[in-house]
Design a protein around this ligand. Structure first.
Ligand code: HEC
Length: 111
């Protein structure tokens, strides 16, 4: 008999896990996008106003912000240009990067 008494207890413990609402996608986070940019993109691109050095002939993120739409940016980052390494960014990272680059369109600085 004691063996059966544990079943309702188990049901109570596991029920909340099934009842949990699906994870809601939080809005893009430009601050996280900036961290990714400084870490993964700054070797070649100027990604922020305080950055002095980057490769020649690589567009700065200020330029990119003014010349690419969000949709162009997301599709480019999903399937990057052959001249650029494929960094296998997640959709979340792409959304954050796009939000960060978009914020640079309003900032002054860079070329
Ligand atoms: C190893 C160097 C390198 C790294 C690292 C790099 N890029 Fe690039 N990127 C390039 C080059 C070179 C181009 C120019 C490609 C061309 O014009 O053919 C470019 C172009 C771009 C463009 C413009 C594409 C267009 O059509 O004008 C975007 C946007 C971009 N990169 C975003 C990023 C992001 C975001 C990261 C970091 C996650 C990154 N890049 C990391 C080398 C790099």
């Amino acid at each position: 008999m004691r063996r059966f008494a544990i079943l309702p207890l188990l049901a109570c413990l596991t029920a909340p896990a099934f009842a949990a609402p699906p994870r809601v996608l939080s809005p893009p986070d430009p601050a996280q996008g900036e961290r990714i940019a400084r870490r993964w993109c700054a070797a070649c691109h100027v990604v922020a106003a305080d950055q002095k050095e980057a490769s020649a002939d690589v567009p700065s993120f200020f330029y990119v912000a003014r010349h690419m739409s969000n949709r162009d940016l997301s599709s480019f980052l999903t399937d990057p240009h052959p001249k650029m390494p494929d960094m296998s960014l997640t959709r979340r990272e792409i959304r954050d990067l796009t939000a960060y680059i978009r914020s640079l369109a309003k900032a002054s600085g860079g070329q």
